[in-house]
Design a protein around this ligand. Structure first.
Ligand SMILES: [Zn+2]
Length: 162
């Protein structure tokens, strides 16, 4: 069956930089998500993390986008020691940051696919619900495109691999 979502080459190359179990979830999400998606970022260099950290700090304009400086604290987007990122930033396409509902629908699809593939959603942490309590209002910091994979989880039997 043709996937609903045709990832662009740019999205697919970003997806290549993400740890395998998370990459498999996102590829399967493409088969069931009712709208297009774009991969904003996979792996991130320390320099890029420092650049993001400086947004909204040191007199730079805009809101603060991360609490991780890339040096003292490493982002889940930084190299996990095997050249991969444990985190992905993904968004509904066309990109509309004001359409928060679309991000929540996307997260529902991603968690649903994760649960059907791995039997649990515990492997996956979302920036829209950091503590995983299903309450989306108790957050001090929202990062709706951000999903991360807990290390050491998510071995799929060969028969279930895409
Ligand atoms: Zn992220």
């Amino acid at each position: 069956m043709r996937p609903y979502v045709d990832f662009s080459k740019r999205s697919l190359s970003r997806l290549e930089t993400v740890v395998t179990p998370l990459r498999w979830v996102i590829l399967e999400v493409a088969n069931v998500c009712p709208f297009d998606l774009t991969v904003l970022e996979g792996i991130r260099s320390a320099e890029r993390q420092k650049e993001l950290y400086s947004k909204g700090r040191y007199g730079n304009p805009g809101p603060i986008v991360t609490h991780i400086d890339g040096v003292t604290n490493h982002s889940m987007h930084q190299d996990n020691g095997h050249g991969k990122s444990r985190a992905i930033d993904i968004a509904p396409w066309p990109l509309d940051w004001d359409n928060k509902l679309a991000f929540h629908v996307m997260a529902g699809v991603i968690f649903s696919v994760c649960t059907s593939m791995y039997g649990t959603r515990e492997n996956l942490r979302w920036g829209g619900d950091w503590n995983g309590n299903w309450d989306y209002r108790d957050q001090s910091f929202h990062d709706l495109p951000h999903f991360e994979w807990r290390e050491g989880t998510g071995e799929l039997p060969h028969s279930k691999r895409p």
